[in-house]
Design a binder for this molecule. Structure first.
Ligand code: FUL
Length: 688
């Protein structure tokens, strides 16, 4: 009796501390997802058969000997990733062509049948060992779509895929992530496969229970709905998972997620450091600029996502020098921006849950992931003031919610104390695991963070304030139809732009850009913006041009053409667009008259650049002619791989150069069968 009394007395004393913790809200993360949320930034490596065939989607018909890196060194990949501040590497162990980077027992299309290291090589073995050596996590991408496997399209293939998975998941140590691609086309028999997703997932759980599984629908982490690196400003970690599946047609819903979604399935943001996923020598000058990478950093890591940045390893089997430089520049930049100016400063809040120190506002400044500030129970609004002590210059705020109890904040804002009152300097919607707000540099001694709307009591785990170095936006180089080159720097005040046309890097001494200059025959233009009396420079940018379309005309464009926007096809402006209803009786064709006979090595197609996908051409054929009446056999034909998700310029080379004055582009299929029309931003030619 006395014991029971004592016990209940003890309980009532402790209850304000223990019983009154905030209740969970909505869908919650699993332990495995919480581990993944601790990560930020890791590498994707696209390296496989396509590296050697210059393709993005291989056909599965390649001979294994085509895969032949001359100096493969996975330790170089790991060293670069580590120095770049990355936490792991996810490798394309098997892409859509079915070629396996390890000696799989279940296919002939693998390294074991190549001459590379006499068939004894195993890229997964090398890479998993290198990751271990450098303290990196090791992950695998496996495409269920297989254009090579004879069993593809039959139930037997599902069993084979599971056995393949088992090999990858049991022979190379700990795997932190398994990346399932949603692309599902036809196999060698012309059949599509009905995938056994529950079986694939169960296989991963059985052999690597701690690994997170990625796909459009998770189950653990989801695709962000685009391949350009941008998460939604509003980004819920929750999703109505049972509605979504790999290859989900309404994939734009994946960007913001589903508010009040039934499951926790946060975003991983995948994008490539170059336009393509695989290495193409023609893209050596198209590595993203520092400014672009920093923008993606804030739009992925800073918008409640983890960033999976792809490095297209080259034919030597190395991360290319240009990509290494871009990664190191990014690391140097982000290192400069991470001094927390709020550290150890006094913090006060409008309310505290249960008025206990356990949920005190100062918890937002410690490094622990287990402590947080909770506002008063049931409150949907609250403010937190940070006293910086003296005028402090800053331009970034990082804020994180405490995730084990669910995502809550819908709207928040930041204010700086200036001229005797708090003035709003930035606003955001969701927070989740991590949100970084950018605002113009200012000086203040007090910052207020307001949670303006929350779905349940706000729980804030962490806050940081930074002063990030301002970046000079690199110039944009364009050329008009007439062949006049313009270089502009719209977002920088009073820049001096210097440029070269001989391939050398522009310096402060290079010619200054003033008037547009003529480059009708094409060439390479490199440019750079300088500010502050030529003491600070942007990263250089490069543009490569072929012959200008000055003499070209569009002769015809389909039978139903209205003709009013034909010129947009060849106006040198990637933003403008030509659209045409599909021709009901055959291909929708465009015929260009080049005005003179030229030695054509190939052509280029730039899909629409406005973020929409209607009318993007997937299957095409191209014909050439000297008189516009008699046409050769198609000079080129095929499909533009992955163009729907990654709408970059497609450059197609003919098997052999052909002299011609006319070029006919036939759009045979668009990426979506029910598209009513065809769209083209630019058509171009290759004469070298
Ligand atoms: C897509 C694939 O089709 C691309 O080739 C690439 O691998 C990208 C990461 O995922 O779905």
């Amino acid at each position: 009796m006395r014991f029971a009394l004592l016990f209940s007395l003890l309980l009532s004393l402790l209850s304000p501390v223990w019983a009154q913790a905030p209740a969970p809200y909505g869908a919650l993360p699993s332990a495995r997802q919480l581990q993944w949320h601790k990560l930020k930034y890791y590498a994707f490596v696209h390296f496989n058969m396509n590296t050697f065939t210059d393709e993005e989607w291989g056909h599965g018909t390649e001979t294994p000997d085509t895969f032949n890196p001359s100096q493969l060194d996975c330790r170089q990949w790991a060293r670069v990733a580590k120095q770049a501040g990355m936490e792991g590497i996810v490798i394309t162990a098997k892409h859509h062509d079915g070629f396996c980077l390890w000696p799989s027992e279940y296919t002939k299309h693998s390294v074991k049948n190549s001459k590379w290291r006499n068939g004894k090589g195993d890229v997964l073995k090398d890479l998993s060992a290198a990751c271990k050596e450098y303290g990196l996590k090791f992950g695998v991408y496996l495409s269920p779509w297989d254009r090579n496997h004879p069993a593809y399209g039959t139930p037997e293939y599902n069993e084979i895929f599971k056995k393949t998975l088992k090999e990858v998941l049991t022979q190379y140590g700990e795997v932190f992530e398994v990346w399932f691609d949603g692309a599902n086309g036809e196999g060698p028999n012309g059949k599509k496969q009905v995938y056994d997703w529950p079986g694939f997932i169960a296989t991963v759980r059985q052999y690597q229970p701690n690994a997170v599984i990625f796909s459009d629908a998770g189950p653990d982490i989801r695709w962000v709905g685009n391949e350009n690196g941008y998460a939604g400003e509003t980004n819920w970690g929750t999703l109505n998972r049972d509605k979504v599946y790999p290859g989900y047609p309404d994939y734009w819903e994946l960007t913001p997620g589903h508010e009040d979604g039934t499951h926790w399935v946060p975003t991983e943001v995948n994008c490539s450091i170059r336009p393509g996923w695989y290495y193409h020598a023609s893209e050596d000058n198209k590595v993203k600029s520092l400014e672009h990478l920093v923008d993606i950093y804030y739009s992925s890591i800073g918008r409640n996502g983890n960033w999976l940045l792809n490095l297209p390893v080259d034919r030597r089997g190395l991360v290319h020098e240009n990509d290494v430089k871009a990664l190191m520049d990014l690391k140097a930049y982000t290192d400069k921006a991470t001094v927390n100016l709020a550290s150890n400063k006094p913090v006060t809040a409008s309310s505290v849950f249960g008025k206990t120190t356990r949920f005190a506002p100062r918890n937002v400044l410690d490094a622990s992931r287990d402590t947080y500030w909770a506002a008063a129970e049931g409150s949907k609004q609250a403010t937190l003031d940070i006293d910086l002590g003296s005028p402090t210059t800053l331009n970034r705020l990082l804020i994180e919610e405490y995730l084990p109890l669910g995502q809550r904040v819908k709207k928040f804002s930041v204010a700086a104390f200036q001229n005797g009152r708090y003035q709003t300097i930035a606003q955001g919607t969701t927070i989740g695991n991590r949100r970084i707000l950018r605002f113009p540099t200012l000086t203040t001694a007090r910052i207020r963070v307001s949670i303006d709307e929350a779905k349940a009591t706000p729980l804030i785990r962490h806050i940081e304030l930074y002063n990030a170095p301002e970046l000079i936006v690199p110039p944009v180089i364009s050329r008009s139809k007439e062949g006049l080159v313009r270089i502009a720097c719209p977002r920088t005040t009073d820049p001096v732009i210097t440029y070269t046309t001989d391939g050398s890097e522009p310096t402060a001494q290079s010619p200054r850009f003033g008037e547009p200059f003529a480059l009708p025959q094409g060439g390479v233009v490199k440019a750079r913006a300088f500010v502050n009396n030529m003491t600070k420079a942007s990263t250089p940018v490069t543009a490569q041009f072929d012959i200008s379309p000055a003499k070209w005309t569009v002769v015809s464009a389909g039978t139903a053409t209205t003709g009013n926007n034909l010129s947009r096809l060849i106006d040198g402006n990637p933003e403008s667009l030509w659209q045409q209803r599909k021709n009901a009786d055959g291909p929708t064709s465009v015929v260009l008259d080049l005005g003179e006979s030229l030695n054509l090595h190939g052509f280029t197609y730039l899909p629409r650049q406005d973020g929409r996908t209607e009318g993007i051409v997937y299957r095409y054929a191209v014909w050439v002619s000297q008189d516009g009446k008699t046409w050769s056999a198609p000079a080129a034909g095929g499909t533009f791989s992955n163009i729907n998700n990654n709408p970059t310029q497609q450059a197609v080379r003919f098997e052999k150069p052909q002299a011609a004055r006319y070029l006919k582009f036939d759009a045979l299929e668009t990426t979506k069968a029910d598209d009513p029309g065809v769209s083209v931003a630019e058509l171009g030619i290759l004469t070298r």
